[in-house]
Design a protein. Structure first.
Lengths: 113, 113
């Protein structure tokens, strides 16, 4: 199993809908988890971090972490065309190397007006 | 606070040459990580420096090296460039202790001809 795997997508949702992005991870990546948004031609931008089981909400974004099932998800409510981007899931490695982030390949999200 | 800066933003080199990329982290951040992003492999960790010491290293050949200065600025060097080194090189800044949130710079786009 790859250390961090994401639904390859692409994912297309209508404006105003909920976009759901998912990520699974292996035992080697178990400390902290992050969601980054990357617009075409730009660098990744941190939008959410989550460290413990459960939900974490920030505006229209909700990150969910389930350590027993080893998955992380990101929900985007009331999706807007400006949310169209590639979303990257990342985890920090266990064993003290928590500044080494392992990234999934990303999911391309398109929000249609 | 000013964000992460990287120079140069674009670089064109030929095979066999070497290149040095520079990164200035967010003021007060002591950890600098370097990543390579390509369409095929996604974002891959190169190395991380904290207080002038390499703390983590990814699975890249020895042609890739880096260093960090006492003011936390970091450089990475790639020697004997190969065509496959063409990529977006991203630097990420983090406080270096406690939470491992990383903030990316705009990147350096390296093209090897």
């Amino acid at each position: 199993q790859k250390e961090v795997e994401q639904n390859s997508g692409p994912l297309s949702v209508p404006e105003g809908a909920i976009a759901s992005l998912n990520c699974t991870y292996s035992d080697r990546v178990s400390q902290s988890f992050f969601w980054y948004r990357q617009y075409s031609g730009k660098s990744p931008e941190l939008i959410m971090s989550i460290y413990s089981n459960g939900d974490k909400e920030d505006g229209r974004f909700t990150a969910q972490l389930n350590k027993a099932s080893q998955y992380v998800s990101l929900l985007i409510r009331d999706s807007q065309p400006s949310d169209s981007a590639t979303y990257l899931c990342a985890g920090s490695n266990s064993g003290g190397s928590n500044y080494k982030l392992t990234f999934g390949k990303g999911t391309l999200l398109t929000v249609n007006p | 606070k000013a964000g992460v800066t990287q120079t140069p933003r674009y670089l064109i080199k030929t095979r066999g040459q070497q290149v040095t990329l520079s990164c200035s982290p967010i003021s007060g951040h002591r950890s600098v990580s370097w990543y390579q992003q390509t369409p095929g492999q996604g974002l891959q960790f190169l190395f991380e420096y904290f207080s002038e010491t390499q703390r983590n290293k990814g699975n890249f050949p020895g042609r890739f090296s880096g260093r960090q200065f006492s003011n936390s600025r970091s450089e990475m060097n790639v020697s004997t460039l190969e065509l496959g080194d063409s990529a977006l090189y991203l630097c990420a800044s983090s406080p270096g202790t406690g939470v491992s949130e990383q903030f990316f710079g705009p990147g350096t786009r390296l093209t090897v001809l």
